[in-house]
Design a protein around this ligand. Sequence first.
Ligand code: ZN
Length: 346
Amino acid sequence: MTMHCAQVREHGDLDHLLLEQVPIEQPASGEVRVRLRASALNHLDLWVRKGVAGHRFPLPLIPGCDGAGVVEAVGEGAEQKWLGRDVVLIPGLSCGLCVRCRDGDDMLCPEYGILGETRNGTCAETIVVPERQLLDRPEGISWEQAAALPLSALTAWSMLRKARLTAGDTLLVIAAGSGVGTMAIQLGRLLGARIIATGSSAAKRQLAEKLGASHSVDPADPKWWKEVIRLSDGNGADVIFENVGQSTFEGSLRALARGGRLVTCGATSGSQVTVELNRLFFKNQQIIGSTMGRREDLTRLLKLQQQGKIQPVIDSTFPLQQIHSAHQRMESRESCGKIVITPWKE
Ligand code: ZN
């Protein structure tokens, strides 16, 4: 028995993303096999394909961190109850035993990994995962919506938590059109923040305002940060949600209020930035790094999704055999929200 998948054997351009047929894996002890009904792309998929200087991915590797599907095989020692169940995958892998895991900070586990980064991911017809990666798919939530939520919602939630966003704060969301950006706006609104967003196109700015931003600004304007200060009554933003890096970081720091917290989870435009330390300490500001989030928070986020309080914005869907078009769309930076992959169609 074989399955279709996308696979990276060597890093490179789009033609290094290979569509292959590989044997279907049997679940080992404590594992299950899930037949995927939808997967979602994240920026990490592009890094896995292109490679990251100084970082080694375990090639060959099937990319894809997010997925939802039906459990079709259960390995020895894993609970039989899962067989036939509709599930959402927890993208972060951890040991479950160390102090960090027991404290609930599993993303700090020394053995932490991510599906599609440290082991085969979801851009395939099936995936084998440890049983502890499963959560039930919330009732009434489509496969596409279920697959689009986990990584971006978990990342956004964890960032706002670390930055201690509270009601009445002004939150600046950089790159509102990204998967994490669209989620940050929705979560920020739930927490009672006043939201300003940046969006590099009129469509992205419109989307930001539709999701709950009171204002949006165009980062192409070299003095865009002044507009943020003006819109926040001269104070600047209390919390800044960054995931772009180099091209926006200095402007973001200028838009940060006294006592403000800038939290970052990504550097899609480059990771080398300049920080004016005098301004940082005079203004008692903080820069906080964040990656992924607590697995237990995903249960809460799925509940919020089921209650209709948050909903991933889906930009487009592509069947697995059109994964190249999906990567192209993500790289074009034209997408607003998540790009979803649906099963291979003969
Ligand atoms: Zn651990």
